[in-house]
Design a protein around this ligand. Structure first.
Ligand SMILES: Nc1ncnc2c1ncn2[C@@H]1O[C@H](COP(=O)(O)OP(=O)(O)OP(=O)(O)O)[C@@H](O)[C@H]1O
Ligand SMILES: [Mg+2]
Length: 263
């Protein structure tokens, strides 16, 4: 496998807070162009792992390579350029409450100091359309949005710099089933249009079944399996077995078995 076939490669990662070990020799490889779900119990360290991936935090030990580059070894300018290659949607949406939708989406673009306001306007409006919001929504404040709209604005902001890797923490949590389904369609379309690699955390089985190529299971402080949903059946671990039971019921209903993409 050439190094470019991996969007993200996590090797021997340990995370420790005081005497508590969150990740113990954790390994995971995400292929370019795949949608990978990260599942695990509450508090198992999923959000912490996503934060490591996008470079917001650094593991106590181990290495994380994004498209063959170790962010921790880059200088400031190198890291800034590398960070433009991915977007993150946080568990809480995390919009700036004092900024309009427009200014929220424009934020990462302005930070780059590379675009004039006219270009920014075009880019913001394009991203708004991409997440199926109307131009008039640009002038609203986060408090004036519904939960589903907040998620879409956060997604538009994550997409602002046209990332190759999108990291989503519970993108459909708190949305009604209809909205969740629309969100899943949106991600699937974006994946098709932009060829994105997506790593996402979810507790929602419909979201999982709707958009996953492979699933990584975080249990006992490391990734115990990274496989297709159907292959979960053969993973000999209580969390995986339990999880598979839920997925299987969903798959029976929706008939959406997915196989891993070939590379
Ligand atoms: N900065 C920190 N300092 C100390 N402990 C932390 C810190 N960040 C996370 N933790 C701990 O690490 C563990 C994993 O947290 P994390 O948020 O990654 O879990 P999670 O798998 O995302 O859970 P959930 O499904 O509930 O969102 C928790 O016990 C948390 O308290
Ligand atoms: Mg979390």
């Amino acid at each position: 496998m050439s190094k470019h076939s991996l969007a993200c490669e996590i090797t021997g990662v340990w995370t420790q807070y005081g005497s508590t070990v969150i990740h113990r020799d954790l390994n995971l490889a995400v292929r370019t162009g795949e949608v990978m779900a990260l599942v695990g119990g509450s508090g198992s360290g999923k959000t912490t792992l996503l934060r490591h991936i996008v470079g917001l935090t650094t593991p106590s030990r181990g290495e994380i390579n994004l498209f063959g580059v170790n962010l921790a070894k880059l200088d400031r300018e190198g890291a800034r350029l590398a960070r433009n290659r991915f977007g993150m949607l946080f568990q809480q949406g995390a919009l700036f409450s004092a900024l309009t939708v427009y200014d929220n989406i424009a934020f990462p673009l302005r930070e780059l100091r590379q675009f004039d306001e006219e270009s920014i306007h075009l880019l913001v409006m394009h991203k708004l359309a991409l997440v199926e919001l109307e131009p008039k929504h640009a002038w609203l404040l986060p408090a004036q949005l519904s939960g589903g709209m907040v998620k879409r604005v956060a997604l538009a902001r994550a997409l602002a710099l046209e990332p190759e890797l999108l990291v989503l923490d519970e993108p459909t949590a708190g949305l009604d089933p209809d909205r969740s389904e629309k969100f899943v369609h949106l991600i699937n379309n974006l994946k098709k249009q932009l060829g994105l690699t997506v790593v996402f955390v979810t507790h929602d089985l419909d979201t999982l079944v709707g958009m996953t190529d492979r699933v990584a299971v975080l249990a006992d402080q490391h990734i115990i399996a990274a496989c297709t949903l159907s292959e979960l059946a053969h993973v000999d671990h209580p969390f995986a077995q339990n999880f598979f039971k839920g997925v299987h019921e969903r798959l029976d209903r929706t008939d959406k078995w997915k196989t891993a993409p070939t590379h």
